[in-house]
Design a protein around this ligand. Structure first.
Ligand code: PEP
Length: 246
């Protein structure tokens, strides 16, 4: 039986005071929540949010990390620094990293392996562009991102996949529950081929792309959708809490 996992990606939003207020509201309002929860604030907010979520049922995540452990990498943040702040989980391969900052699968794979080697949980984001979907390539794109992103990874027990069709992120357009579930089912079959039936059954596959309180329950009702990675609606307790408690 898989646990539903609802994660909030705060992206490049909020000051420390705003982040503390949101984190405090989430801790209070999700304390009786039945699923697994995570918030991923900007690097500069992690130290503020850490003591607020510590001891609660909300995990602390980061939105990215450097591909190297430490050293001369101006502007980057290392896995050691994240662990020092109590981060347990890192989001890697988000479409904004892939498409705005041109991160490729080889770089993402390096980060995935480094994070896992240091005991972090990884949320590996995959998803196709609109033109790729229209050309009938959604499955092939997702397959390639998984195969390359997980190259050399043997154990999936700390890996979560987030299927986020790029055309649905921050656009208000959500994939229909049926379309999303079809890709999730494809991903689960692929994991089965690569890692065996046990891993396929266990792996959490989140959906991301304009998840809102109004559509969360229909998405989560699908057999292969095990949670959500939420952007815009994660910025307010009023919208994140109903998703988290769908
Ligand atoms: C995201 O950034 O991961 C995301 C899914 O954003 P939104 O919910 O705003 O579409």
């Amino acid at each position: 039986m898989r646990t539903y996992y609802i994660a909030g990606n705060w992206k490049m939003h909020k000051t420390r005071a705003e982040a503390a207020e949101l984190a405090g509201a989430l801790v209070a309002q999700l304390k009786d929540g039945k699923h697994k929860y995570l918030v991923a604030p900007s690097f500069t907010l992690i130290e503020t949010v850490a003591p607020i979520v510590r001891g609660s049922n909300i995990l602390l995540g980061a939105q990215n990390m450097a591909p190297e452990e430490q050293g001369a990498h101006t502007g980057e943040v290392s896995v050691l620094q994240l662990k020092d702040l109590g981060v347990t989980t890192v989001i890697l391969g988000h479409s904004e990293r892939r498409h705005i900052y041109k991160e490729d699968d080889a770089l993402i794979n390096k980060k995935v392996k480094l994070a896992l080697r240091h005991g972090l949980e990884v949320i590996l984001c995959i998803g196709e562009l609109l033109e790729e979907r229209e050309a009938g390539r959604a499955e092939a794109v997702c397959e390639s991102q998984i195969v390359k992103g997980l190259e050399g990874v043997e154990d999936l027990s700390r890996v979560v996949i987030a299927y986020e069709p790029v055309w649905a992120i921050g656009t208000g357009k959500t994939a229909t529950p049926e379309d999303a579930d079809a890709i999730h089912a494809y991903v689960r079959r692929l994991i089965g081929k690569l890692y065996g039936a046990g891993a396929a059954e266990k792996i959490i596959i989140q959906y991301g792309g304009s998840v809102k309180p109004e559509n969360a329950a229909q998405l989560m009702a699908k057999e292969n959708i095990d949670g959500a990675l939420v952007g815009g609606a994660a910025l307010k307790a009023d919208s994140f809490v109903p998703i988290a408690k769908f």
